[in-house]
Each structure stands twice: as C-alpha cells, then as structure tokens.
Design a protein around this ligand. Structure first.
Ligand code: MSP
Length: 513
C-alpha cells in the first residue's frame, strides 16, 4: 500500500463569511486530492478553521456572543460552503478542539524545555483604540499615525519569544536543496530574498490582559499563544495520532507564504525535530475589479451564489479554468457566463446530446460498434494520446488550467469531427458504406466523451458521473486502464437526453461590473 498523500489547505479565519478566495483554495486542493485518489493513491485531505485571536474576540464582544458560540456559528457556514462545493475532505480541524490544543501546548512546552522559548521585553508603539502594537509601516505618508489608531503611546510589554533566528542558516540550506519545497518556483526566490536579512525572533504570546481568546502557554498561564504558532500547528495536530506526517502538500495563498509557511512553520518543526512538509503550493489572489477579493470587498461572498444558480461543477470549472496556479486572476461574471455557455453548454453539453439523439434514432439507443477507421477517426484517436499525456502532466504539476485547456482542444476536435462527418446526413443514406461510417462516428464520439469525462472527473465530479452514466459507461473508480481508447461503451444503452448545463443567465448582482 503506498503512503497516503496528505494534503491540506489553509485554515480560514473564523471572523467573517466565506468568499471567493476561500472557495477557490478548497476547490484547488479538492481537485488535487481527487486526482491522486483516481491515480490509486490513498489520500488524506484536511481543511479547517482558525478560531482564535484578537479579531474573533472583538467580533464576539461586538455581537455580545461568547467567542466559542461565535466560532461555532461560523464553522457551520464554512462547512456548508465545503458541502456546496462538493469538497471531499477527510477531516476538518477547528483550532478550539482539544486534539489541537493539546498538541499546541505540547509543542510549546517542548520548545520551552529546550530553552528555545524565552521571555523578553519590547517597547513599541501601541494603539489603545485598536488594541494592537504598531510598526513604522503603519504610519501615513507624513510619518503620522492614521486617525483609526486613536491615541498612540509607547508601551513596554513582556512576552515570550521563539528563537527563530537560530534556524535561519538551516532554512536557507533547506530551501536551496529542496527545489520542490515552494511551488511555483518563482516564489522561492522571494522567500530567499526575504531571508537575506537577519531574522528577528518570533513573539509567540499575548498577555491575557489583552487577549484571552487563545491557547494558554503551559508554562505561564498569564499568557496565550499568538495566532501563527497556534494556526500552523493544525496541520500536525490533526494527524498526530494517525501517523500521516509529513504533509505532502500545503495549499496556501501567496499572502501567507512568507514568513508564516515558508519560515515560521519549517523552523518550528525543525526545532521540534519533526520533518518539514514536502511542498507548499502557493496560489495567487482572485481580484474583483482589480481589488483583492476579501470579506470587505462586498461582493466576494455573493460570487458564491453562482454555485446555487449554476451548480458546483460550473463554478469549480470556471475558477480553475481562469486562474493559472500561482498567478492572480480577475473574477468576471461576464467571462463566467461566456465560458458556461460556450465551453460547457455548447462544446460539451450539446455534443453529448447530439450523440444521444443519433444513437437513439438510428440504433434504438444502443451504441454501435465501429467498423471503419479512416484519417478522421485516426486523427481523433491520435489526438487523444497526446491529450491524455498533456492532461496528466498538467495535473501532476497542479496546473489545472493547463489540463482543462488541453482537454478542450480535444473536445473541440470532437465537435469538428462530428461536423465534418455529418452523421445526420449519413443516417439518411441507404448505402452500406455510409452506415458503416455512421456506426464508427457514433462509436468514436461515445468513446471520446467517455475518455474526456473520465479524465475531467477530478474537476467536475458530479457532471462527469452524470455524463458517463448517460452514455452507458461505468462510473470511474480509478484511472488505471480507463484512459486508453477501448470503445468501452459499445453495446451499452444510452439515455434519451441529458441536460448537463441548463441555460441560465448569471444573476447580475453576483458581481457589480
Ligand atoms: N487563518 C489564516 C491561515 C492559517 S493557515 C495555518 C488565513 N486565513 S484567511 O481566511 O485569511 O485566508 C485563508 C486562505 O484563503 C489563505 O490561503 C488565503 O490566501 C486565501 N485567500 C483569501 N483571500 C483570497 C483571494 N482573494 N484569492 C485567493 N485566495 C485568497 O490567512
């Protein structure tokens, strides 16, 4: 049995509603997880919620809720999103769970016992109104403190620090000697650039006088641990008893690569004598009208209404079709509508119906056997060989948009083939050679669709299952043996018709353009 492929996403902050950015990341990880499963590899797929910290404490106070009640409500909404998007996670971790808190405290105690956590004092600018320390980066262009901070005074605070800086040489060496650690490669350069400057030690605590909503330091009950130390540990705490560490892949956005995932996390693990994760897969940002989609960009959450109107698969398809993993992409309701209509409904949906229609009319719904093969059929078969290779290579590199592009070249070629072959004309002919061509044409299109739906299953699981069912093919359990041209549907009964992508106009309010 191969070792399970352990994949995670970032755990979302429990201080707002889920939006496009959260949805995308979960879909991307889900496609990779499903792909690995189809490749015959056992998978453990983790996602979850980041529930501690100042913001949660403040929001709870504002809403007159206990923080735990607030995060319990938010967890329901985030889990609902996962369900709606058909995310196949095997586990969901919440940082308020005992299984997580125990590991965080165990980590803290171990580091403290080794002398890697010490108490220090720092004098800094502090905003009482925002209850946060400020740095020079927070000043405005005139060097003043912006209005939102209210009165800013110098305050000295005692806190605990993790000796991060002593791991800097090891980390640089690790990144340089593991070129796959940070994917895509260009992000690695940014991290190494950051590491050219000497690092400071990492403040890992907050006094309870300022923050109570967190995990207590086991060696000093007057403090709780600060967000990143708590949050990053989820990847380990969720599988601590399952023996699945190290993670094969952490899927994260570019904003939390450096320093949290590329610096703090590997150094924390190194200090604990635990192997680092194998890869950080770093995606870019979805923007809406050129602004990062976030809970404050009003319509970033509304984009999720497209899941209700058009189905999870259409949404999954669009997100992964229009974003090159690693780059940013601008969300456009117009492009979504266009792709839904042309690529999904016309190119794929209509092709299926053309097939079902003709097989129904000419062969009582049973897919005929192919019995001629001329240049057109041969070209289609050859194109599949190339397509399969390209799609698999793209999936292996987690470049889902490339996989979809390559597959759509094949789907377009099938449409062109059927147009050239014109089976509706052949069906009217009584010539034996025309009947033979008709049989081959229908058999080839059926097989091409079977192959396309099989390989597309990680991206659009429900649609592909429906498609396969409607053309009489077996559901996909694994790719092995299913991706070679084999006329597997010959003799199978097809449905009369199948609506994969009903015509819908995307609601204008989903995004204001
Ligand atoms: N809680 C931290 C992560 C801790 S992981 C140990 C966090 N939460 S978040 O809710 O702000 O973001 C969760 C994930 O969503 C991050 O990977 C982030 O990059 C991603 N996205 C949030 N907005 C995004 C876009 N607009 N576009 C794409 N993904 C972005 O950070």
């Amino acid at each position: 049995m191969p070792r399970p492929f352990y994949i995670t996403t970032a755990i979302d902050y429990a201080n707002g509603a889920p939006h496009l950015g959260h949805a995308y990341e979960k879909v991307l990880a889900d496609i990779i997880a499903r792909y690995q499963r189809f490749q015959g590899r056992p998978v453990h797929f983790l996602t979850g919620l980041d529930e501690h910290g100042q913001k949660v404490q403040q929001t709870a106070l504002k809403r007159q809720l206990a923080p735990q009640d607030l995060v319990d409500d938010i967890a329901i909404v985030f889990q609902e999103m996962l369900k709606n998007l058909n995310i196949s996670n095997d586990d969901y971790i919440r940082t308020t769970e005992p299984r997580h808190q125990e590991v965080v405290q165990d980590f803290l105690q171990k580091l403290y016992d080794q002398g890697l956590i010490y108490k220090g004092q720092k004098t800094d600018w502090y905003s009482t109104r925002q209850e946060q320390f400020l740095t020079d980066k927070d000043r405005d262009e005139n060097g003043d403190w912006p209005e939102i901070f209210g009165e800013v005074t110098q305050t000295t605070e005692e806190n605990y620090y993790f000796k991060l800086s002593q791991f800097q040489p090891w980390l640089i060496e690790h990144i340089q000697s593991h070129p796959d650690f940070i994917n895509p490669r260009f992000r690695q350069k940014q991290v190494l650039e950051f590491l050219k400057e000497p690092m400071n030690d990492l403040c890992i605590s907050r006094p309870k006088s300022r923050l109570t909503w967190g995990i207590e330091l086991p060696f000093d009950r007057n403090f709780v641990t600060y967000v990143w130390f708590d949050a990053l540990t989820n990847y380990y705490s969720a599988v601590a008893k399952k023996g699945l560490w190290p993670a094969d892949m952490h899927v994260i956005g570019k904003d939390i690569l450096s320093p949290p995932h590329a610096v703090y996390w590997p150094c924390m693990l190194k200090a604990l004598n635990i192997e680092p994760p194998k890869q950080l897969l770093v995606h870019g940002w979805w923007t809406i009208n050129a602004q990062k989609a976030s809970k404050s960009t009003g319509n970033a959450s509304e984009t999720l209404s497209l899941v209700q109107s058009h189905g999870a698969d259409a949404f999954r398809f669009y997100l992964c079709r229009d974003m090159v993993v690693g780059q940013d992409a601008d969300f456009s309701i117009k492009t979504f509508g266009e792709r839904y209509k042309s690529e999904l409904s016309n190119n794929l949906g209509n092709l299926v119906n053309r097939l079902l229609n003709m097989v129904g009319r000419s062969y009582a719904g049973v897919i005929p056997a192919p019995n001629t093969e001329d240049d057109l059929e041969k070209a289609l078969k050859d194109l599949w060989v190339i397509t399969e290779r390209k799609v698999i290579a793209a999936f292996d590199e987690c470049q889902i948009s490339h996989a979809i592009e390559s597959l759509w070249v094949f789907i377009s070629a099938m449409n062109a083939y059927i147009d050239t072959r014109a089976p509706w004309k052949l069906a009217k002919s009584t010539e034996a050679s025309d009947r033979a061509k008709l049989e081959s044409c229908l058999a080839y299109v059926a097989e091409g669709l079977r192959l396309a739906a099989t390989i597309l299953s990680p991206v659009m699981p429900e649609t592909c299952e429906k498609l396969l069912h409607n053309i009489g093919a077996d559901p996909v359990k694994a790719f092995a043996g299913q991706l070679t041209w084999s006329n597997a549907c010959v003799g199978r009964k097809v449905s009369e018709r199948c609506i994969l992508f009903p015509p819908i106009e995307p609601k204008a309010e989903a995004t204001k353009e």
